[in-house]
Design a protein around this ligand. Structure first.
Ligand code: ZN
Length: 138
């Protein structure tokens, strides 16, 4: 199988910062000239995640609020205690949401819904630079 890969490098604000990657992923897919296959989008690091959602301010706020509620920033976390760290909540949120998505490619187009964007969510508690690896397998 021919494999083409590209990278997106982004600066995030951390703390649930959510960035729409759809255009960047589409740019890499166009460069690949692939027509049919699967596009994998993966973020390096254990405190950030990739998912799809309707990218608008209400949806972004709701996702952040829900994860804040499910996995509070403060708590008796072993990771923080044992490592003198402060971001256990970020590791847990990232593990729940997951580091990657695989999107079908048909006729050179990502098969996303009209209201479905590919997003990076950075849960870490400080600004970070992130590398997202996009792999097109066709
Ligand atoms: Zn940590």
């Amino acid at each position: 199988l021919p494999i083409y890969s590209g990278e997106l490098r982004l600066k995030t604000a951390g703390d649930g910062d959510t960035i729409d990657l759809t255009e960047g992923v589409q740019r890499i897919v166009r460069s690949s000239e692939a027509q049919h296959g699967t596009v994998s989008v993966f973020v390096e690091g254990s405190t950030a995640a990739i998912t799809t959602m309707e990218f608008e301010s209400g949806g972004v706020a709701d996702l952040r609020a829900t994860l804040d509620h499910l996995v509070p920033v403060t708590g008796d976390y072993a990771h923080n205690r044992l490592n003198h760290d402060t971001n256990s909540h970020a590791h847990i949120r990232a593990a729940i949401v997951g580091p990657s998505e695989a999107i079908p490619l048909k006729d050179g187009t990502l098969r996303l819904g009209i209201w479905q964007q590919i997003v990076l969510v950075d849960f870490d508690d400080s600004p970070r630079e992130r590398t997202v690896v996009v792999t097109v397998t066709s």
